[in-house]
Design a protein around this ligand. Structure first.
Ligand code: PEP
Length: 236
């Protein structure tokens, strides 16, 4: 079964021209894995590509007086099939578990698959049990009154995001840790898939993908066409 590789471009690249170039380079590659690209909102509607698209966030209301927000109903008109929800960078700006739950429900109501991000801890020293307890709280809130089988979860330890190299922060054991946590989430919450995210790159992707992890949410490395293409052509 193919693994799911989701590119989270965050607030990049700086110009639409670069975004077009990147998407072209990725789409020319014969991927062995299932690929989804999540560009910034403003590029989403403009990119002409056969690649599947996702949004990096969405609002839970369909329309109305909500300045600056973008709804699932709007996104689906631009063939958006996925939405990243509850990313730690949004939680750091104040997004709550309750808001994450409302967004997950709104995505599903509009036939958009939520990629629900959960994660914990600024340090890698934390015991797995403590991480699991925290994730359990996040997931119980985010999945309240939701069919979990329709939800993809991305486990992203906050200490590993954007550090450039997950091995530096939690050495070679990180894939084992990630697999234990992903299996816990899959078994306990019966969600569709559980991905890992946090400084995955062309050098370490295989070590995550060959484990019982359903795919990767890739930030920084998804902005480098050559490196991302190495990830999506991995053979497992
Ligand atoms: C992310 O932000 O979801 C992410 C995984 O970023 P990075 O790969 O850059 O750590």
């Amino acid at each position: 079964m193919k693994k799911l590789i989701i590119a989270n471009w965050k607030m990049n690249p700086k110009s639409f021209k670069e975004a077009e170039k990147l998407v072209l380079a990725i789409s020319k590659t014969k991927a062995t894995q299932h690929v989804v690209i999540c560009p910034p909102f403003v590029y989403l509607s403009l990119l002409k590509t056969k690649l599947e698209l996702g949004a990096q966030d969405m609002f839970w209301q369909n329309n109305g007086a909500f300045t600056g927000q973008v709804s699932a109903e709007m996104l689906k008109q631009f063939k958006v099939k996925y939405a990243i929800i509850g990313h730690s960078e949004r939680r750091a700006l104040g997004e709550t578990d309750n808001e994450v739950n409302l967004k997950v429900k709104a995505a599903l109501a509009n036939k958009i698959t939520p990629v629900l991000c959960v994660g914990y801890g600024l340090s890698h020293d934390m015991a797995d049990e403590e991480v699991m307890q925290h994730l359990q709280n996040q997931l119980e809130a985010a999945l309240y009154a939701v069919d979990p089988k329709k939800v993809i979860v991305a486990y992203e330890p906050v200490w590993a995001i954007s550090t450039g190299d997950p091995y530096k922060t939690k050495n070679i054991e990180n894939p084992d840790h990630a697999e234990r946590i992903c299996m816990f989430v899959r078994i306990k919450f019966k969600v569709a898939k559980v991905l890992y995210g946090g400084s995955s790159n062309a050098l370490n992707a295989q070590s995550f993908l060959e484990r019982q992890i359903d795919g990767l949410l890739v930030g920084g490395a998804s902005l480098k066409a050559e490196e991302f293409n190495q990830i999506i052509t991995i053979k497992i």
